[in-house]
Design a protein around this ligand. Structure first.
Ligand code: CTP
Length: 405
């Protein structure tokens, strides 16, 4: 599905309706949070909302133009409310005024937002915010009942001080709660909903004294993109992250490790509770046999660092997994990609190996091959790591379905 800013075809879009309540400014925070999760947000504001918060703020936070008019003069060729209705994977009206609830409950469509809401088949949510007298009015409660019966999800307001100076129910629910409700709404129909997935990312560092270590150039980008992509599909992601150049994404459980030994222990402990392991971390194959307790002094002469092999984590995990657990590994090669990757796929007992060129290390794009245990292979042309990650997660969905028989 195309989006106004030309975002990736499979990115999810939330139509964020903003109506004229004082709480409208809180929708900016919500829009920012959703966007940070990789969700495409298109704001549709009513005239009253535009008087409370400048549309330009929403435009800069969402990266999309704000939808305001039913028949915009600059787009005579499009039917705006239908385009929005089709674009949205979910609609969230935050804050929703009593007036909006009344119109939505009765099918009125006298502005862009109410018309789009009436036209869309996507799941819908409203987070009301209003004065306590209005909130408690049986007419408003009746409208809410009607909306709920029609499939709307309602995030009830909280008790507290209201903008009008009184205390009572009617204050917009906390933004984190609304955010979660929207994520749940988007989750309907997601392929990995509730499936626990274990992902490793980043590099390991193998210290030889308190200030020096052996490592590699992995940035963590690929593993983090995988964690995001798995989460977008609804997976419950445990991310075991070694050192990386960027901050890890939000996941269900984050375990930070440094050395290959720590990563191995974490993987083996977490594996039994997960349906899949994606081993994207660049594990150091060797560690200094001895780690000195104090800094090695420069003597001027030659020193010899004796290295001991690290355990092959993914091979051990594949060997000890429960039936039905899918294991995906990576192969980083500087030559003979296909032959080396196939050798690793078999030697480590993996279901899928993602073979990429060593040039991908530290870069924002990737290309390579996917080799499946059953003999299939697939070439992946040069693509951004987010899109690459989505492709791998889609293939994981297929492997899990097959494992379920
Ligand atoms: N891997 C692992 N434990 C290690 C080394 C690698 O689990 N000690 C995993 C990586 O996370 C990756 C896969 O094994 O999923 C292949 O890693 P790669 O570095 O390409 O291969 P190696 O097995 O280390 O072989 P080589 O370095 O000889 O190419």
């Amino acid at each position: 599905m195309a989006s106004p800013n030309g975002a990736l075809a499979d990115r999810r879009t939330v139509l964020l309706g903003v109506t004229g309540s004082i709480a409208a400014y809180k929708a900016l925070d919500l829009a920012g949070r959703l966007r940070r999760r990789g969700i495409n947000v298109v704001a549709a504001m009513t005239g009253a909302a535009c008087r409370l918060v400048g549309p330009a703020s929403f435009e800069s936070i969402t990266g999309n133009p704000v939808a305001r008019e039913l028949f915009p003069e600059n787009k005579p060729q499009t039917i705006e409310h239908i385009a929005l209705a089709e674009l949205a994977d979910a609609v969230a009206v935050v804050p929703a005024t009593a007036n909006f609830l009344a119109k939505a409950a009765h099918g009125l469509a006298d502005d862009l937002l109410t018309a789009a809401v009436l036209a869309t088949k996507s799941p819908k949510l409203a987070a009301p915010a209003m004065n306590v007298g209005m909130w408690e009015n049986p007419v408003v409660q009746g409208n809410l009942k009607k909306l709920k019966a029609g499939g709307w999800q309602v995030v009830e307001p909280e008790e507290g001080f209201l903008a009008c100076g009184t205390r009572g129910a009617g204050r917009l629910a906390r933004v984190e709660i609304i955010e979660q409700a929207i994520l749940d709404l988007l989750g309907r129909g997601r392929d990995l909903a509730g499936v626990p997935v274990l992902i490793t990312a980043g590099r390991t560092e193998e210290p030889w004294d308190p200030v020096r270590f052996l490592s590699n150039r992995s940035s963590g980008r690929m593993g983090f993109a995988l964690a995001r992509a798995a989460r977008e599909q609804g997976a419950e992601v445990t991310l075991i992250a070694g050192p990386a150049d960027i901050a890890p994404p939000e996941v269900d459980s984050l375990i930070r490790v440094r050395t290959a030994g720590e990563m191995r222990r974490a993987v083996m402990r977490q594996l039994p509770g997960n349906r899949a392991l994606i081993m994207a971390a660049a594990v150091a194959d060797y560690r200094p046999r001895i780690t000195q307790r104090s800094k090695i002094k420069r003597s001027g002469g030659r020193i010899t660092l004796e290295l001991a092999p690290n355990p092959d984590i993914v091979a051990e995990a594949a060997g000890k997994r429960k039936k039905g657990t899918v294991v995906v590994g990576f192969a980083l090669e500087t030559g003979d990609l296909r032959a080396n990757a196939l050798k690793k796929l078999r030697a480590k007992g993996l279901d899928l190996i993602v073979a990429n060129d060593a040039r991908a290390l530290g870069s924002s794009s990737n290309r390579g091959w996917l080799f499946f245990a059953e003999g299939r292979s697939e070439r992946v042309p040069e693509t951004g790591k987010d899109a690459f990650a989505k492709l791998i997660i889609n293939r994981l969905v297929g492997l899990l379905k097959r494992a379920d028989g």
